[in-house]
Write a protein that binds this ligand. Structure first.
Ligand code: MF3
Ligand code: CO
Ligand code: CO
Length: 255
């Protein structure tokens, strides 16, 4: 267990990687529509990352993952494998992008709506985003990881939604998944203390039903056990001297 504190040189490269990952999410947006397959979206992202950004799609061959992005539709919680399934009106989908540039990782994901999903589907997407933002607002030197987890859990459960516990955020840098683990539930004032130079992801998975998950036989796809809808948003963040910098922020986002 060792947390890597990033130097100013590391941070500059993390910023670049983070912004490339965010750019892929903007690029793919107009391609997400009824009738598109998730493997078409994967190919577009793959080609863009490799040929335009001259970067590496981190998921490809990571522990045997067969594609360059994760696409998690409706009751899929995370790690959905792009395939021949076509998007239909009313679906909600998470796209998770991780790129490696100059040796450093940037990791971000967001929800997309196809057509106009049911109110409950829109609601789980919105509350999951609020959970991410509420978690980010806890990040500052001297805060503890339990403060982040508690804030997220509290917001989800206050809205009658549940937080997935089997998967979590993670330190990130030269490695995809570094220490520490960032749980999206917990108790205030507990856990690792935050220090300037730490970089990690916050990526809450929020379910409309119960929190329990099941791994499909493909060894990757995680679904809700009760088949309820699930939503996830992710950013890579840096602990600064005064608070937080969101390395994968979109231009219009404020935290
Ligand atoms: N990007 C995911 C995360 O947020 C990890 C995907 S691992 C993969 O940590 F192998 F499924 F791509
Ligand atoms: Co991540
Ligand atoms: Co990710």
């Amino acid at each position: 267990m060792s947390i890597v504190l990033k130097t100013p040189e590391d941070i500059a490269k993390m910023r670049t990687a983070g912004q490339l990952a965010a750019e892929v999410l903007r690029m793919i947006q107009p391609h997400i529509k009824e009738g598109a397959t998730t493997e078409e979206l994967d190919r577009i992202c793959h080609d863009y990352i490799v040929h335009e950004q001259k970067a590496i799609p981190a998921p490809l061959n990571y522990k045997g993952f067969p594609r360059s992005i994760c696409t998690s539709v409706n009751h899929v919680v995370c790690h959905g494998i792009p395939g021949r399934k076509r998007l239909k009106r009313g679906d909600i989908m998470n796209i998770d992008i991780t790129v490696i540039k100059d040796g450093y990782h940037g990791d971000t994901s967001q929800m997309f709506c196809i057509g106009e999903p049911a109110i409950i589907a829109q609601r789980v997407c919105r509350i999951a985003y609020e959970c991410l933002c509420i978690g980010i607002r806890e990040v500052r030197p001297g805060a503890r990881l339990g403060d982040i987890g508690h804030a997220i859990q509290n917001h989800a459960e206050a809205n009658n939604l549940s937080v997935v516990r089997e998967y979590c955020g993670h330190g990130i840098g030269r490695a995809f998944h570094e220490d520490p683990q960032i749980l999206h539930y917990g108790k205030p004032g507990t856990g690792v203390e935050l220090h300037p130079g730490m970089t990690f992801t916050i990526e809450p998975m929020v379910n409309a039903g119960k929190r329990f998950t099941k791994l499909l036989p493909d060894g990757w796809t995680v679904v809700t056990k009760d088949r309820s809808l699930s939503a996830q948003w992710e950013h890579t963040v840096l602990v600064t001297d005064t608070g937080v910098e969101v390395l994968t922020a979109q231009p219009e986002e404020t935290f």
